[in-house]
Write a protein of this length. Structure first.
Length: 403
């Protein structure tokens, strides 16, 4: 049986690893991975480090040494982009003109970064960061224009990008976030306010509720034009030669759509990660399950064993969805977020908020005595405790910090 996996990110390599752990014999199972990039599987969340204080080579981001693949008999072909799928012949066509057959195809295509439809959005000096070469280009631009840099988007990648631009030596770094607070998917208002104060203490300029209207410049980026609700919408201009756009991602579905697979926002899959074609599976940022596209690393890691099992005929462990959970270090600040962040008026949830010393913050949401949401800033130990309690019976006395 030949399983062809398209994509060597966390989803693709994780499912390859799971497949080989279930069937070690290469005679019974051939696992082949096709990668569009020229680099082995690396940590995308560390890409901002590439334009940090010192240049970071791609191999230093790699999560496995070259021998790891050979030991597990996982074949990885780099710089081999798949351009089309022939479902009738069960083969894929590569940009090189090659044609490769498969018994089962697994699509781990990932996602593309969003770029706003605004004047100047494609000027030299305006970047999105999704791959290693993107980050290398940001570094070159920031070194050439060290006076100022802007990050459009106050999410996880955006804040990390801002911090590493500072470490590179950029004199002024501004973060513009369209939402009224930073990390709107992970933090509540109180937690975001604590984080904002700590980032401003590091020298970052934080603008929330920002309405970007244009990237200014003729031949390359010279500045950004934006307004804020707090300023009554009045336009402001920020002079800069480098802008990193971090406004989320869009699932890569073009390949699947052209092949006639069912797609909506992502490639539609069932509980076994199977697409509308029984011989094709999809997982990770490109997959849509139950009307949702999680597009987070924990989802890819939870989907991989389910997908591998189903590919090999075992449908006893279906995927049931992923509860959002993040344990992170944002600009050097420990942060944990899981489950519910917000709740509607009238919902029967109990909210517990604690603000320990030294810039920490904790907020918990309980429903019917169960912990359904948590935000912890500044304490790894408290974060571990909250993670262990998620979904379990919990009382205020059990989670209150010791005085």
């Amino acid at each position: 049986m030949k399983v062809l996996i398209v994509g060597n990110g966390v989803a693709g390599i994780s499912v390859a690893k799971e497949l080989r752990s279930r069937e070690e014999s290469p005679d019974k199972l051939e696992v082949a991975v096709l990668a569009r990039e020229s680099y082995d599987y690396y940590s995308r969340i560390r890409l901002p480090e590439v334009f940090g204080g010192g240049p970071l080579a791609a191999e230093l981001l790699a999560l496995y040494k070259p021998g790891w693949y050979a030991e597990r008999r996982i074949g990885v072909s780099l710089a081999r982009e798949v351009v089309s799928i022939d479902r009738g012949k069960r083969c894929v066509m590569l940009s090189t003109g090659e044609e490769l057959g498969y018994d089962t195809l697994v699509l781990a295509l990932g996602a593309d970064p969003l770029r706003p439809a605004l004047p100047g959005a494609y000027l030299p000096g305006v970047f999105t960061v999704r791959e290693y070469d993107d980050a290398a280009r940001v570094r070159a631009s920031a070194l050439a224009h060290p006076g100022s840099a802007a990050v459009v988007g106050g999410g996880l990648l955006g804040l990390e990008a801002a911090r590493h631009l500072q470490l590179l030596g950029v004199e002024r770094v501004a973060v513009l976030e369209i939402a009224p607070r930073l990390l709107p998917r992970q933090l509540d208002r109180g937690g975001a306010a604590v984080l904002e104060r700590r980032l401003e203490a590091m020298g970052m300029e934080i603008v929330t509720g920002a309405s970007l209207s244009a990237f200014e410049g003729s031949e390359r980026l010279e500045g950004l034009s934006y307004g804020t609700a707090a300023a009554g919408g009045a336009r402001r201009s920020l002079a800069t030669g480098t802008a990193v756009v971090s406004m989320g991602v869009r699932p890569r579905i073009g390949l699947a759509k052209a092949a006639g697979l069912a797609t909506v926002r992502g490639i539609v899959v069932d509980r076994n990660l199977r697409t509308s074609d029984p011989s094709i599976f999809a997982l990770g940022d490109c997959a849509e399950f139950g009307g949702a596209v999680p597009a987070i690393i924990p989802a890819a890691l939870e989907q991989a064993p389910c997908c591998a099992a189903a590919v090999l005929g075992d449908e006893s462990r279906p995927y049931a969805g992923t509860t959002p959970s993040n344990t992170l270090k944002v600009a050097g600040i420990d942060l944990f977020s899981a489950g519910r962040v917000e709740y509607g008026e009238g919902e029967a949830l109990e909210e517990l908020v604690f603000e320990p010393a030294e810039g920490g913050y904790e907020r918990y949401l309980l429903k019917d005595g169960l912990l359904v949401g948590a935000v912890v800033i500044g304490s790894k130990e408290r974060a571990r405790s909250a993670k262990a309690r998620m979904g379990s019976p919990t009382t205020k006395a059990e989670i209150a910090p010791e005085s």
